[in-house]
Each structure stands twice: as C-alpha cells, then as structure tokens.
Write a protein that binds this ligand. Structure first.
Ligand SMILES: NC(=O)c1ccc[n+]([C@@H]2O[C@H](COP(=O)([O-])OP(=O)(O)OC[C@H]3O[C@@H](n4cnc5c(N)ncnc54)[C@H](O)[C@@H]3O)[C@@H](O)[C@H]2O)c1
Length: 277
C-alpha cells in the first residue's frame, strides 16, 4: 500500500472575492489544499479547502494562515479607488504583512495581484512595445499597486523569494464590453499563471508580468509572462458576438481607460453603487 500524498498547500488571500471564487475550482481540480483567507467567510468550502477569517493587515493572523503553506496567492484587498488611508492600510500594509508572514514561514513563492492601473497613464500602444512598463499610476489605487510591486521586488531581492507581480487586466467569467475584449484574463488563464508561479519559476527574483489572456484584440506584450512559463490560452474573441463592438471606447488611448480621465476622481469611490467590500 502506498503512503497518502500530502497535497501542496496554498494560502489564497481574498479567498471570498470574485477572482478567487473563479480560481478555486481549478485549484481544487489540481489537488491543492487551499486556505481561503479573507475578511469574509468564503462560501461552500470543499474537502481540500479551509476558511480563515481575518485581515491581511493582522500580522498574527497572517503568520498563522501561512504556517506550513507552500505558496501564497495574494488577491486580498481593495479593488478600486478609495481614500488614501484605506488604500495604504489594506493594499500596501496588507501586502507588507503578507510578504513578511511568508518570509517568516519560509513560503518562498508569492503571486501578488497588481493592476493595469499601476501603469494607467501610459499610452495603450506602449504596452505592445515594452512588456514591463515603469509605474505610471492613474489613481491612489494605482499607486497602491505600484507599492505592491515595489514590496514584491524588495522581498525577492532581500530575502531570495520568488515573487510574481501580476498586472491583471480585467478578471471575470467573460468579457463584458469592447474594452475588456482586449484586457480580459480568463479564470483558466489565471490558473495557468498560478501554475507558472508554483512550478515553473526557477531562480529567486521579482517578475512583473501582464495577467491578460491571449486576446485577439489584446494590447499587452506577453513576453515577460512567457519568460516565467505563463502561456495564456484563452481569447476574449470567443465572446465578441455578445459584446457591442461598434461602440467607440472613448478612453482607449490610455491603459487606465476612464480611470485616467478627469471625471474619475482621486481618493473617491467612483462606483459607490457597488457593494462595499
Ligand atoms: N477584478 C479585476 O478585474 C482586477 C483587475 C486588476 C487587479 N485586480 C486585483 O485582484 C484582486 C482580486 O480582485 P477581485 O476582483 O476578486 O476583488 P474582490 O473585491 O471581489 O475580492 C477582494 C477580496 O479581498 C477581501 N479583503 C478586502 N480587504 C481585506 C483585508 N483587510 N483582509 C482580508 N481580505 C480582505 C474582500 O473581502 C474580498 O473578498 C484585488 O487585489 C484587485 O485589486 C482585480
């Protein structure tokens, strides 16, 4: 009789959130044990999932949540513009606490959720030329994501960790408008990025990559991702029939889209109608 194989354990912060919820079936299907770390209790945990309720800003809670884990996928945080104080606390301090808990627990592989908005004031065409654009945030949120990347760089260089900062375009089950036909990251491709982080990254270091699918209308240069073994397979074009492709995207010239416009105010929740997280 062969001994039971202990599954690889992943801590998934933001485990109750939208992107994590779409990722979970892929992680479960691949046999990972997943800790769902979030302020909210993630629903319907499967046999290899456990629910850990607390804040990524709490060092004791995070030290416990990452104890014995092999990797952390850090999606927990605020996903849109908020006040400076909220973004500093949740996105910047929360990432520092997560990385520090990883370091203390010997968790050397970390995937950090960055965003297009860290580079939102670059012209869209620049993303095709240069696969790793320098930070050019369009909001305080974008600044917080640039700081997330800087923290990842520090922990990789200082402590020999393997850190990927993923500039996520637009997550979701499917693209919903003309803009997202270019920026969509499919759930299956988000899993491919996790797999690259877990098993293909070799040497220690910090890698900034686009987390965008292989979209026909994509603007992202995917070379940096390919260098770490991330090969997206999906194409938003498969959903184009359900999208109004004639509507002009008036903000298409800048990577941040409408978030880089004057009407999208800094330090203010521009989407108050969405549920507060
Ligand atoms: N969805 C996108 O298109 C997109 C694009 C770019 C980047 N991102 C980033 O990806 C990540 C996930 O995005 P999402 O769309 O799933 O967002 P989401 O809001 O659905 O999920 C984020 C989760 O983080 C949790 N959270 C918030 N503060 C927390 C704290 N202090 N401690 C623990 N958990 C906390 C929330 O409860 C929520 O469940 C975010 O970091 C976001 O900035 C998302």
């Amino acid at each position: 009789m062969s001994a039971a194989v202990t599954p690889v354990t992943i801590a998934l912060t933001g485990g109750a959130g939208m992107m994590a919820t779409l990722l979970r079936p892929y992680l479960a299907g691949a046999g990972y044990a997943v800790r769902l770390v979030d302020l909210a209790a993630a629903s319907d945990p499967g046999p290899n999932e456990s629910v850990h309720v607390g804040s990524v800003t709490d060092p004791d809670f995070m030290a416990d949540a990452l104890n014995g884990a092999t990797a952390v996928i850090h999606l927990g945080g605020l996903h849109r513009e908020k006040t400076w104080a909220e973004l500093v606390s949740t996105n910047i301090t929360g990432t520092q606490v997560t990385l520090e808990a990883a370091r203390q627990n010997g968790v050397e592989r970390v995937l950090l959720a960055s965003s297009t908005h860290a580079v939102g004031f670059h012209p869209t065409e620049a993303a095709a030329r240069d696969s790793v654009l320098s930070p050019r945030p369009d909001t305080y949120y974008g600044v917080s994501k640039a700081a997330v990347e800087a923290l990842g760089s520090l922990y990789a260089d200082k402590y020999g960790m393997k850190v990927v900062s993923a500039r996520i375009g637009t997550g979701g089950e499917r693209p919903g408008n003309l803009r997202t036909l270019g920026s969509w990251l499919s759930p299956a491709d988000s899993f491919r990025l996790v797999e690259a982080t877990l098993s293909k990254l070799g040497a220690p270091g910090h890698h900034v990559v686009w987390a965008v699918s292989a979209n026909t209308r994509g603007w992202a240069n995917l070379d940096a991702g390919k260098r770490i073994g991330f090969e997206p397979q999906d194409d938003a074009e498969a959903f184009a029939a359900g999208v109004d492709t004639t509507a002009r995207d008036e903000w298409a010239d800048l990577l941040g889209g409408a978030w880089a416009s004057d009407s999208h105010r800094v330090g203010v929740d521009n989407y108050p109608h969405l549920a507060v997280k």
